[in-house]
Design a protein around this ligand. Sequence first.
Ligand code: NAD
Length: 404
Amino acid sequence: MPPHAGTGLGARRREACETGFCGANAGETRPMDLSEDAFRFADDLGPAKIIHVHEPSLGLKGTLVVDNVATGPSIGGLRMAPDVSTEECFRLARAMTLKNAAAGLAHGGGKSVLYGDPGMPLERKEQLVRAMACALADVRDYIFGPDMGTDEVCMAWVKAEIGRAVGLPREVGGIPLDELGATGFGLRAVCEEAARYCDLELAGARVAVQGFGSVGMHAARFLSQRGAVLVAASDSRGAISDPNGLDVAALMELKASGRSVSEHPTGKPLDREALIGVDCEIWIPAARPDVIHEGNMKHLKAKLVASGANIPMTAGAERHLHEQGVLCVPDFIANAGGVICAAMEYHGASQAAAFEAIEEKIRENTDRVLRASRERGVLPRQAAVELSTERVRRAMSYRRWSIF
Ligand code: NAD
């Protein structure tokens, strides 16, 4: 709770602050002292800057958080949604600092959010995205990427305005990471490395994928190339399971035609939420945050959870699963394939080189984190955070101050 929330003077001050102005006397319109709130996210890693942009004639409202740029200019997605917030933007920017450092990229962490419904008429969306890019044109230590609510076309608009974006269409030098399945490809590398730590053979391993979208479907496709068997999959409209195996290509076709995985001709339709209890060795969350939580964690039967989604489990659930012997590879290690691909694209690498880098970096990091976790008896997440922050701090030591 902010220090000035509560009753009495504090509450009145908060009320006044919410109007945008604080003054000792009613009617006074002196800008408030925001210093308390403006620095509420500050710690020794960042954020280096938080910028709010506003253009009333367009209805543009957006925020950029550049968290830590000691390792290089930040890369992070532009998220568009009606209910984004500065706090969400900061948390995502920090996650990018950790993810990019863990992946050994010469890029720091940043994120931007644009307030609005991403399903708005395309012309209006284009106007907002172009204006957002122009408003941040001078912030050269932030490189735009796609995120929820934005895509490669939005990145092409950004690139056309300010010359700085990743996740671009092929025609302007992009490597279409979602179409190719860069993150799903990285998840296979995670499973191959992690298998050695949880007594698992990939050939024949049963896999359940929650969220059969860009990440989930390609994870299933790449894993099936190693003999793993997809036994259950879900999307926002339902789920399907078949202990004898589902046809990954048929499921991908269903999704491409706008239908749900639950319409797969064989197998048993399931309630979406029942996916967690499916008998399998590998469980891949690739949809929403906090899907494994204290209320359902005991139903999970897998040996390995490889996180495609960001923050797919609560901290309590992660600890519980670890204590039960379930190996959970943290999100910012496991799902880094997309950003590695984006960074390689930015530096002009070919598609083949980008995929080689994903394989090499993800294998090395997964092994390093799981080895440290085992040797020191700590959660893989703790080992991963330590690995990342150590890299960030080392980079900070080369700067004149720390993050500047
Ligand atoms: P996407 O929109 O392509 O796919 C998401 C899928 O999840 C869809 O099939 C949707 O129907 C399904 N879904 C939504 N709610 C669900 C629910 N409650 N239960 C089951 N399924 C549900 O998105 P994506 O790009 O695949 O991203 C998925 C997750 O992975 C997100 O958390 C994203 O932040 C994270 N991520 C994506 C990338 C990337 O390269 N695209 C990289 C890193 C992390």
